[in-house]
Design a protein around this ligand. Structure first.
Ligand SMILES: [Zn+2]
Length: 368
């Protein structure tokens, strides 16, 4: 991604000790609110970085990454599509093109019209020895664990979910970033597919995550983020008690730009201060030593409550489509409940967390 202009940044010293380290051994039990397993997500990241290695577009590492994602997600009910495209490195680039890239798209159908996209890029920067533990790795591990928590063979209540793992986000060095010719090849291709099939109106929200594993995490809410989505994330973080998760807002070019151009409400959560003066960004120091399970966990716990299944308690059919305001209130309530549950891990609350999703209508489910 490319940083353009600082709009308003409040630099805060992150206190990572505040959030909890709740983990679980397997998928969420039926009826339980999902709990992000940061230890398992970190193990995924370790696999990507230490077993697979570099994951540049058009290389065996990228292919192995897709195979790994498929092995994890397909058994959980996600329908996988791999969409290939051609990326042509600009003249003067080290790579001589054309290079074949492949987006990995996992879809779980919903009971209602509309789709929520969660997105990341899985490719790594085109630099010898660059492993991308944070850049490309951390957000891939995040989405994979979210996929474990939100998978299912039956249609989910609410809108469909799409996990989009894009290839080719990175530019071909040493040529400068260009939105249309030298970066975001995969997301541009996917947005083009939506446009050509005239299905862009089905995408109700596009949530992008990038560089979220930094040990010293401080997320920026990219400045073109839809104000309603921004509110949902801010109130969820507040309810979780993670008040230092966001450190400001900044204009950043990233995969979301092509979806925003289609009129889709987008968000991009990104930590663009990786190491002292961003010194680890696109450097071989982007390694496992500089990322943490806790940081991935903080973002996972932020993302899950607004996407989780409605519980039976809140599972009534509203008279009119649910508003963003109401989604925000429910996300806040769910996050608060999850925070309370973690705080009292030894004595979990009896009541079910009233989680709700980024979906316009909850439908009544038959009592078993
Ligand atoms: Zn990058």
């Amino acid at each position: 991604m490319l940083c353009i202009r600082v709009l308003a940044v409040t630099l805060l010293t992150c206190c990572l000790g505040a959030a909890c380290g709740e983990t679980q051994a397997g998928p969420a039990a039926i009826g339980d609110p999902p709990a992000f397993d940061q230890v398992r997500a970190f193990a995924d990241l370790k696999h990507l970085v230490e077993e697979i290695g570099t994951r540049r577009i058009g290389t065996p590492g990228a292919e192995q990454t897709r195979a790994y994602l498929r092995k994890q997600l397909e058994p959980l009910g996600w329908k996988i599509t791999e969409n290939s495209f051609e990326a042509v490195p600009p003249e003067g680039a080290q790579r001589k093109g054309p290079v074949q890239g492949t987006n990995f798209i996992a879809r779980r159908a919903g009971t209602e019209a509309g789709e929520i996209w969660l997105a990341t890029h899985y490719d790594t920067y085109d630099k010898p020895g660059f492993l991308g533990a944070n850049d490309g790795g951390s957000s891939t591990a995040l989405l994979l664990e979210i996929g474990r928590q939100l998978g299912g063979k039956e249609p989910r209540t609410g809108m469909s979910l799409v996990l989009a793992f894009f290839d080719g986000e990175e530019k071909f060095p040493p040529i400068a970033w260009d939105d249309d010719t030298n970066s975001t090849f995969g997301s541009r291709h996917e947005a083009l597919l939506l446009k050509s099939s005239e299905t862009q109106s089905q995408v109700r929200a596009f949530l992008l995550f990038d560089l979220i594993g930094d040990k010293d995490l401080g997320l920026l809410i990219e400045s073109s983020t839809d104000s309603r989505l921004r509110k949902i994330f801010e109130t969820t973080a507040h309810a979780l008690g993670d008040k230092r998760l966001f450190v400001g807002s900044q204009e950043i070019k990233d995969d979301h730009i092509h979806f925003r151009r289609l009129g889709i409400p987008v968000s991009n959560l990104i930590d663009f201060r990786y190491g002292p003066n961003n010194a680890f960004w696109h450097e071989v120091t982007d390694t496992m030593e500089n990322v943490s399970a806790e940081s991935i966990g903080r973002v996972g716990r932020l993302a899950l409550p607004p996407l989780s299944k409605p519980s039976r308690r809140t599972n009534r059919t509203p008279r009119r489509p649910i508003s963003f305001h109401r989604i925000q209130a429910r996300a806040r309530s769910a996050a608060r409940c999850a925070a309370e549950a973690r705080a009292r891990a030894a004595h979990p609350p009896r009541r079910r967390c009233p989680v709700q999703l980024l979906a316009p209508r909850a439908t009544r489910r038959a009592r078993r």
